[in-house]
Write a protein that binds this ligand. Structure first.
Ligand code: C5P
Length: 234
């Protein structure tokens, strides 16, 4: 297993953007685990199975092929990067996230990605369950109101915001938080050793710079000579 930085936290906290940029800065692989759950959700919707039926979900997740080339999500040979960002997939993904078989399988895929490359991985359970020995763990939050504003802007940028009010997105965010936190399996919570970052009122670059500094400090503590040598040779 190589080095892993985990970024967990609630919906709309900016995890994906921050994790992608942090991964770019470090030269590590970015792993969007929410995209994996979304890909399974799309596959389940397409196949017409009952999304609450555990044995159907178990069969489904064993039969599909999901891959995440940089910046994209593929399902069985098709690029589904945009198709997994719809309101329907977002809404229905909660059933998939509740499935023990799906979680078990996705955990294996996530660990396999970190087998041969350094990874910045974002999700809900990365620091608590999937990578308990991660190099650095973050828990990224922002106020529910700010997260709702960001989500709506995101929908609008994708041409999907029509007819959706801020109140409606806020209600949805609060429901998702409650569900993610109360889930019997893999509930969303900060790992005991996570660094908590509240991004309310902070710009993306500010958050990324802060995290990059925390990672640099951890690398220096782990191997002071290597970091000093890398800085001199730059
Ligand atoms: O983060 P995103 O909105 O893309 O997550 C999609 C779905 O996957 C949500 O329902 C979320 O609760 C779930 N999820 C999860 N565990 C993860 C990542 C996402 O349960 N590690």
């Amino acid at each position: 297993m190589r080095r892993v930085v985990t970024i967990d936290g609630p919906a709309g906290a900016g995890k994906s953007t921050v994790a992608r940029r942090l991964a770019d800065r470090l030269g590590w692989r970015f792993l969007d685990t929410g995209a994996m759950y979304r890909a399974v959700t799309l596959a389940a919707l397409r196949s017409g199975i009952d999304l609450t039926d555990e044995s159907s979900l178990e069969g489904l997740v064993e039969s599909i092929r999901v891959s995440l080339p940089p910046g994209e999500v593929w399902l069985d040979g098709q690029d589904i990067s945009d198709l997994i960002r719809t309101v329907e997939v977002t809404e229905e993904s909660r059933h998939i996230a509740d499935s023990p078989s799906v979680r078990r399988r996705l955990m294996e895929w996530q660990r396999a990605v970190a087998n041969d490359q350094d990874v910045v991985s974002e999700g809900r359970d990365q620091g608590t369950l999937v990578f308990p020995d991660a190099f650095v763990k973050f828990y990224l939050t922002a106020s529910a109101e700010e997260r709702a504003r960001r989500r709506l802007a995101d929908y609008r940028a994708r041409g999907q915001g029509e007819g959706i009010s801020l109140d409606c997105v806020l209600r949805d965010i609060r429901q998702r938080d409650a569900r993610d936190e109360a889930r019997a399996i893999a509930p969303m919570r900060p790992a005991d050793d996570a660094i908590q970052v509240d991004s309310t009122g902070m710009g993306i670059e500010e958050v990324v710079a802060r995290m990059a500094e925390d990672v640099r400090r951890a690398r220096r503590d782990a191997d002071p000579e290597a970091v000093a040598a890398a800085e001199v040779s730059r």
